[in-house]
Design a protein around this ligand. Structure first.
Ligand SMILES: C[S@@+](CC[C@H](N)C(=O)[O-])C[C@H]1O[C@@H](n2cnc3c(N)ncnc32)[C@H](O)[C@@H]1O
Length: 229
């Protein structure tokens, strides 16, 4: 019996009989890290596009989390991990995105294999959305690529939402909650969020050293900031 996902003849890219097609390889890697773990976070990016109308997104520390490309036609990913570099170099990755995309145009995907704290070969102030998810201080290191009026979406697992809070160029405009793969946004009572449970304001040097956000009195999955200057 043919194993699921295994080709029985050469595919259009001329790969040998019995191998996974490049599209299937990319899909399998994505499934391993996101689909099978119910951690695609598609609803997060759908919500951001609906609320803020995003055309170009920058995702430093993405690893293989290519979900934004399902709803945003132009995306730039950055990661220092060589498995991410292999994933993005595989022509199957763009083919996989083509199958999942919710828009008509051809996906535009670029990947930079590097430390995101070093200059990224992308123009300053050219992105509508900067994504920071479990990857360190993206808001600090990559703010220059976000246009004024663009948005930063950050969680606080590595303290990046707290880091953005220290930065007067970022203003909190929404929080989001997560119910498995469903996400809801709120812009009500924003001054009641990001209040440390300990009552002590976080210290920036300690945040940089520990790379861990403090526990807040109201717990949410993440935060959206607008880039004001
Ligand atoms: C825990 S994974 C999170 C992946 C993805 N953001 C997600 O939410 O599924 C963190 C990723 O960030 C990358 N990373 C962390 N710091 C980085 C840096 N300074 N430059 C480039 N990549 C970085 C790591 O290589 C890793 O792939």
């Amino acid at each position: 019996m043919k194993a699921p996902g295994v080709c029985s003849s050469r595919n259009t890219l001329g790969e040998p009989k019995g191998s996974l097609s490049v599209t299937q390889k990319s899909a399998a890697i994505y499934r391993k890290y996101h689909g099978d773990k119910a951690d695609e976070r598609l609803g997060l990016f759908e919500g951001l596009v609906e609320r803020y109308g995003v055309d170009r997104v920058l995702y430093p520390g993405s690893f293989v989390h290519i979900t934004p490309s399902f709803v945003i036609a132009e995306a730039v990913y950055v990661d220092s991990d060589k498995r991410a570099a292999a994933f993005f170099a595989d022509p199957g990755t763009v083919a996989f995105v083509r199958e999942r995309r919710a828009y008509d145009s051809e996906p535009i995907i670029r990947f930079h294999h590097q430390d995101f704290a070093t200059p990224i070969p992308e123009p300053d102030a050219s992105f509508d959305l900067l994504i920071s998810q479990y990857a360190g201080f993206v808001s600090r290191d990559c703010k220059r690529y976000l246009r004024v009026g663009g948005y930063l979406v950050a969680n606080n697992s590595h303290g990046d939402a707290s880091m953005a809070r220290f930065d007067p160029d970022f203003e909190l405009v929404a929080v989001y909650r997560r119910y498995s793969e469903r996400f809801t946004f709120s812009s009500q009572e924003l001054d009641t969020y990001m209040i440390p449970r300990s009552g002590m304001e976080p210290d920036r040097m300690r945040l940089e050293r520990e790379m861990r956000g403090p526990a807040f009195s109201r717990s949410v999955a993440g935060y959206v900031f607008v880039h004001n200057a």
